[in-house]
Design a protein around this ligand. Structure first.
Ligand SMILES: Nc1ncnc2c1ncn2[C@@H]1O[C@H](COP(=O)(O)OP(=O)(O)OP(=O)(O)O)[C@@H](O)[C@H]1O
Ligand SMILES: [Mg+2]
Length: 277
């Protein structure tokens, strides 16, 4: 397993009585696309910040890419292997020129100077932002900014890329661009961990980890999690529209042959129904 955690507990007021994480077990395989879903304050960010030691493990065990996150000697390697893109695209830049911003990260990790230009180019090309090298990040759209922030992470060739609500502040177009790049990176073999409020963004994941009040409520395929109304209610999440429609139709005496997760699956199920009648 690339990420393997057991009994992780965490409290922001260490020693206090309120827990942001309680007895969390987690395992993520290399190459998996994992969505972490949960309402506000359920502990999603707190959990992933342990993966690259942005938060110190207080209790439990956690190994990421075979590295014990408690091992301070390995902290820079861990951060290089496990890159993160955050919610606010404006808070992720240190330079006012795109290429310098990406190069800065590489210099920090002591990448040899003569390798830097090529790494910057190939990272920008991966996120489809070639040609924007000389631009100031603040002149870009939200989606473009997130892609540049992602290029900064990709330039370090991480094993795992964590998107912590990286699409939350984007308009639908920008969100789509970032989701498309996530899927491309997944196809290229990267392990993707996507935290999101948008249930629609989780339907294509290999698995969903559903969190509530600092605990993992359930872990399973999108179908298992998103079509379980009781579970979703317990997690205070609203299931995707096709799932809700499926159950509404059932109540009205109309039975689709399976519960769809996407608009396309819903249309196909309704067409099948019509062809039977
Ligand atoms: N820096 C902090 N100091 C104190 N408490 C915090 C801090 N960050 C988070 N918490 C608390 O820890 C709990 C988990 O928060 P966390 O940010 O991990 O949730 P989340 O699922 O990422 O929420 P959101 O969807 O709003 O980002 C919440 O009760 C929150 O109030
Ligand atoms: Mg969060």
């Amino acid at each position: 397993m690339l990420v393997e955690g057991k009994n992780i507990c965490f409290s922001y007021d260490f020693g206090g009585s309120s827990f942001a994480l309680q007895d969390v077990d987690i395992s993520i395989a290399k190459g998996e696309f994992v969505a972490i879903l949960g309402c506000n304050g359920s502990g999603k960010s707190t959990l992933v910040k342990h993966f690259n030691a942005l938060l110190q493990l207080q209790k439990g065990e956690l190994r990421v890419a075979q590295i014990d996150v408690r091992n301070e000697q390995e902290i820079w390697l861990l951060r290089r292997l496990c890159g993160m893109v955050f919610q606010n695209p404006d808070n992720q830049f240190v330079s006012s020129v795109v290429e310098e911003d990406i190069a800065f990260g590489l210099e920090n990790y002591e990448v040899p100077r003569d390798e830097i230009p090529e790494r910057v180019q190939s990272a920008l090309s991966l996120v489809e932002m070639s040609g924007y090298e000389k631009r100031a990040p603040n002149t870009l759209s939200g989606g473009q900014k997130q892609r540049v922030a992602l290029a900064g992470v990709l330039a370090l060739d991480p094993e795992i890329i964590i998107f912590d609500e990286a699409t939350a502040m984007l308009d639908p177009g920008g969100r789509q661009e970032v989701v498309k790049i996530m899927q491309k990176l997944h196809r290229a073999g990267k392990t993707i961990i996507a935290i999101t409020h948008y249930v629609e963004e989780t339907v294509a994941a290999d698995k969903i980890i559903l969190m509530h009040r600092g605990r993992v409520l359930a872990c399973g395929s999108p179908h298992t999690i998103l079509t379980n109304l009781e579970l979703m209610k317990e997690a205070e999440m609203i299931p995707p529209l096709p799932v809700r429609l499926y159950y509404d139709l059932r109540e009205a005496g109309i039975y689709l042959n399976h519960c769809p997760l996407t608009k396309e699956e819903l249309v196909a199920a309704i067409c099948q129904l019509r062809s039977k009648t």
